[in-house]
Design a protein around this ligand. Structure first.
Ligand code: 1CP
Length: 366
C-alpha cells in the first residue's frame, strides 16, 4: 500500500541534480545521462519481476513493483535520472478503451475509437482515482529514491496517443488514423483536444505527486507530412507547453518534448516554451544545437543500435555525439542531457550500457 507523499520526501535535497541543472542550461561537472526504456527486458532482474507479477500491466499497476523496476537500472549504472515505470497507454485505458497485451504483438485496445460518436463519449479521467496507481507509483519511487537522482514523469503526446486509440494497437502505416485526418478532421481534432486536456492533467498530477521533470513522447509525430504535423501534432504540443503549470526558477519542473522523425520542426519545437527538446539520431546534435540557438536544452541522440557495437565503438560514438553538441553550442557542453535517440531493445547487453554511461561521464568531464 502506498503511503501519501510526505512533505519531507518532497523537500529532501537532491544529491545529484546535474540532470535538472542541464535542463536549465546551467554549468555541470559532467554531462548527465539517462536512457529511454532504461528499465526493461534487457535486464534479467526485470524479467524476474515481470514473471513474478504475471504480466506487464500487473507490474505497472502495482506501485511497489513499478518502483522496484524503476530502481533496477539505477542499482547497476550511475545514471543521472530515474524514469517512472509505466506506459503512455494508461490514459486511453483509463478513458475506457481497455488496454491489453498479446505476447509478441505489443499493446492493443478492446474498444478502439473509430468515429465521431465514440470520440464524443471520451472524457478526461480522474487522476487520483482512475489513475491513482500511477500517482502512487510516483510517490513510492520518490520516497525510495531518497533524493539520489531526480524522477522523470511522462506521457504520450496527444497525436501519439490518438494513433493507438484509433488504430487499436501498433501500426505499420497508420491507415485508419490518416483516413480519419483526411475524411473527418473535425473528429480527429476533437480526439486530440480531449487527449491534450488529459495529458495536461496527467502531467500536473505526476508533478504534484513528486515527479521532478516531465517528458512527452511524440513517438509517431514523424509519420505525418509537414502540413499534417503542423495541423495534428504541433499545436497540441504547443498547448501543453503553454498551459502546463510548472513553477519558476530552481523550483521549476522542466518539460522535455521528445519527437521521433521530427527534426524538421526543431525551431518550432524550441519556440513552444518547452524547457528541453529530445532529438532522435537522424539529425546531428551540432546542427540541432545551432538551429535551436540556446533557447532550450537538448536531449539525445545516440543511435540505440550503437549498443550492439563493441566497447571501443560505443566509446567512440558517445564521444562523437558529445562533441557534436559542444561544437554546435559555441564550444560549451552545458545544456545537454545525453540519451539515446529512441528506446532500448530487449536484446541489448547490460555490460554495454555500463560502458556507455561511463563513456558519457568520462568524456564530458569539465
Ligand atoms: O515487459 C514487456 O513486455 C512490456 C514492454 C513494455 C515496457 C518495458 C511496454 C509495452 N511498455 C514499457 C515501459 C515503458 N513504456 C516506459 C518505461 C520507462 C522507461 O523508459 O524505462 C516508457 C517511457 C514507455 C513509453 C511508451 N510506451 C512509448 C513511448 C516511448 C517509445 O519507446 O517510443 C510507446 C510508443 C509505448 C507503447 C508501447 N508499450 C509497450 C510497447 C511494447 C509499446 C510499443 C508498441 C509499438 O511499437 O507500437
Amino acid at each position: 500500500a502506498a503511503a501519501p507523499c510526505k512533505d519531507h520526501v518532497l523537500s529532501t535535497p537532491l544529491k545529484n541534480d546535474r540532470f535538472l541543472r542541464a535542463l536549465r542550461r546551467e554549468p555541470v561537472d559532467h554531462t548527465p545521462v539517462w536512457l529511454m526504456r532504461q528499465a526493461g527486458r534487457y535486464l534479467p532482474e526485470y524479467r524476474a519481476s515481470r514473471a513474478q507479477a504475471g504480466s506487464f500491466l500487473a507490474m505497472a499497476k502495482n506501485p511497489d513493483l513499478a518502483c522496484e523496476v524503476t530502481l533496477q537500472p539505477l542499482r547497476r549504472f550511475p545514471l543521472d535520472a530515474a524514469i517512472l515505470f509505466s506506459d503512455i497507454l494508461t490514459i486511453p485505458d483509463a478513458m475506457g478503451l481497455e488496454l491489453y497485451f498479446v505476447d509478441g504483438e505489443g499493446p492493443k485496445f478492446r474498444k478502439p475509437v473509430r468515429d465521431a460518436a465514440a470520440i464524443a463519449k471520451l472524457g478526461v479521467p480522474d487522476m487520483e482515482t482512475e489513475l491513482r496507481y500511477v500517482m502512487d507509483a510516483v510517490r513510492v519511487i520518490r520516497r525510495e529514491l531518497d533524493g539520489s537522482v531526480p524522477l522523470i514523469g511522462f506521457s504520450g503526446s496527444p497525436w501519439t496517443l490518438a494513433c493507438y486509440m484509433v488504430e487499436g494497437g501498433g501500426s505499420k502505416n497508420f491507415a485508419r488514423i490518416k483516413a480519419m485526418a483526411l475524411n473527418d478532421p473535425q473528429a480527429l481534432h476533437a480526439l486530440l483536444s480531449v487527449n491534450t486536456d488529459a495529458v495536461i492533467a496527467y502531467l500536473a498530477a505526476q508533478r504534484a505527486a513528486g515527479a521532478q521533470a516531465l517528458q512527452v513522447f511524440d513517438t509517431w509525430g514523424g509519420v505525418l507530412s509537414p502540413a499534417m504535423y503542423r495541423e495534428f501534432s504541433l499545436p497540441y504540443l504547443q498547448r501543453i507547453a503553454r498551459e502546463l503549470e510548472r513553477g519558476e526558477g530552481v523550483d521549476r519542473t522542466p518539460l522535455i518534448l521528445f519527437g521521433k522523425g521530427t527534426a524538421a520542426y526543431l525551431e518550432e519545437l524550441a519556440a513552444t516554451g518547452t524547457d528541453g527538446v529530445g532529438v532522435d539520431w537522424m539529425v546531428g546534435l551540432d546542427e540541432a544545437a545551432r538551429r535551436t540557438g540556446g533557447r532550450v536544452a537538448l536531449q539525445g541522440n545516440l543511435d540505440p543500435c550503437v549498443l550492439y557495437g563493441n566497447p571501443d565503438a560505443i566509446r567512440r560514438e558517445v564521444a562523437t555525439v558529445l562533441d557534436a553538441y559542444r561544437d554546435g553550442n559555441g564550444g560549451s557542453r552545458d545544456g545537454h542531457v545525453f540519451n539515446l535517440g529512441h528506446g532500448m531493445s530487449p536484446d541489448m547487453d547490460p555490460e554495454h550500457v555500463a560502458v556507455l554511461v561511463d563513456a558519457v561521464h568520462t568524456h564530458s568531464a569539465r
